[in-house]
Each structure stands twice: as C-alpha cells, then as structure tokens.
Write a protein that binds this ligand. Structure first.
Ligand SMILES: NC(=O)c1ccc[n+]([C@@H]2O[C@H](COP(=O)([O-])OP(=O)(O)OC[C@H]3O[C@@H](n4cnc5c(N)ncnc54)[C@H](OP(=O)(O)O)[C@@H]3O)[C@@H](O)[C@H]2O)c1
Length: 200
C-alpha cells in the first residue's frame, strides 16, 4: 500500500519506519521536505520520500494524520475532497472542547472520508518496536467506518500490535484520553510500557 503520512515528527516518523519495514510505500506530507526532522524520518524509512501535504495525497491508499491538531486543521483547508478515502487519525488533543476528538473534527471537515482512530494511544517509540515485545501490546482502533477500521487494524497487526476493536467514532475521545493513562504508567514502567487485553 502507499501510505501518505501527514507529519514526519515522532509519530509520523515512527509509523512510517514501521510501515516501510513491512513493505509499504511511505510518502510524508510536510511543510518543509528539507527540514532536519523530515530528513531524519526519511533516513529511517527505506524508500520513503517527502512532499507537500497536498501532493502526498496523490495515489495514496491510506492517509494518516500525525500532526498537532492546529497544523492538521490548517493543512486540510487546502485539501481536495477525500470522500471515499481511508483516513487514519493518530493525533491527540487536550485543549479545546473536551468532548470532541480530533477524529470527529476530521469527520466534519472531510465529508465522506472513511475514518479510524489508531496509533495514538501509546508513546511513539513503541511504533517501531512492537514486533520485538515479549508480551504483544494492544493497538486500539475506533471508528464508524468498517473499511477504515479493517485497514487500520491490518496495519497495526502487520507492525506487531494486537489490534483491538475499540468501538465507534464516539470512542475516539476516550482513546485520546488513554494517552494520559499511558503517560502515568510510563512514569513507573518506562516509555516501553504498552496495554494488553486479558480476555477472561
Ligand atoms: N509523541 C508521542 O509519543 C505521541 C503519541 C501518540 C500520539 N501523538 C500525537 O501525534 C501528533 C504528532 O505528535 P508528534 O509527537 O509526532 O509531534 P512532533 O514530533 O512535534 O511532529 C509534528 C509534525 O508536525 C509538523 N508541524 C508542526 N507544526 C506544524 C505547523 N504549524 N504546520 C505544519 N506542520 C507542522 C512538524 O513539522 P516540522 O518539522 O516542519 O516542524 C512535524 O512533521 C500529535 O497530535 C500528538 O498528540 C504523539
């Protein structure tokens, strides 16, 4: 798959490296393809390239958001319609309306896009190390679109997580809040800590 990742920072770069390592083509959408941050992301991501936000959309099978919300909101103003396109939201936001997730706001601003929340509930370091864990970590995926959820869950499994269906779009906000729990756990266990499900 060709995956366009909006943002080449800690999460964008980590997700890109993990997806490239399992054979996906990664294109970073960034404001400055020549920045040190972007160059570092490309260096750890075999075959990847970086271009503008708009150009990164061309031909992408999946579009993932790994920006701060304010940067994402500004970037999507110039986007063509993403109706019918798979969009994965890895962002978190702790200011603004506490009842609204970035995923819900993307849904409002990208009518017809197929949205899922994923890759947001754990520290970025873990995106590239999931396959090496002694106990596999869960990756929670939420959204109302079954196609987007299936793609997000497949990608999560490919990079080494146990994908967990966390329900509909309304649960995207609780998934953002899970990062606060993860940060608290990281204080005692370190940033390699992950969530796991005990099914019974
Ligand atoms: N860090 C984590 O462990 C973690 C975990 C889960 C979710 N998240 C979420 O993931 C998202 C990204 O976090 P991050 O830690 O990856 O951030 P980051 O390392 O600071 O990277 C942010 C990316 O956004 C770009 N950017 C920043 N301001 C911009 C602007 N005004 N306009 C256009 N592009 C801009 C940066 O590009 P430049 O190089 O041009 O600055 C960079 O590519 C956030 O929503 C965060 O809450 C983070």
């Amino acid at each position: 798959m060709r995956v366009a990742i909006m943002g080449a920072g800690k999460v964008g770069g980590g997700l890109g490296a993990a997806l490239a390592a399992v054979g996906h083509e990664v294109v970073f959408g960034v404001r400055d393809p020549e920045s040190d941050k972007t160059r570092a992301a490309i260096a750890s991501c075999p075959g990847a390239r970086a271009t503008s936000f708009g150009e990164a959309l061309d031909g992408a099978d999946v579009i993932a958001f790994a920006l701060r919300w304010d940067a994402a909101a500004a970037a999507i103003q110039g986007f063509p319609s993403l109706s019918g396109r798979i969009v994965i939201d890895a962002m978190n936001r702790f200011d603004g309306d506490p009842t609204r997730s970035t995923t819900q706001d993307l849904a409002d601003r990208l009518p017809g896009a197929k949205l899922a929340k994923a890759f947001n509930s754990i520290g970025f370091e873990n995106l590239t190390t999931a396959r090496a864990r002694l106990v596999p970590a869960a990756m929670f995926v939420a959204g109302d679109d079954p196609d987007a959820k299936r793609v997000a869950m497949d990608l999560a499994a490919q990079i080494g997580f146990v994908p967990e269906d966390a329900g509909g779009l309304a649960n995207a906000k609780p998934l953002e809040l899970m990062v606060r729990v993860w940060l608290a756990l990281a204080q005692t266990h370190g940033r390699r800590v992950g969530f796991a499900i005990s099914p019974n």
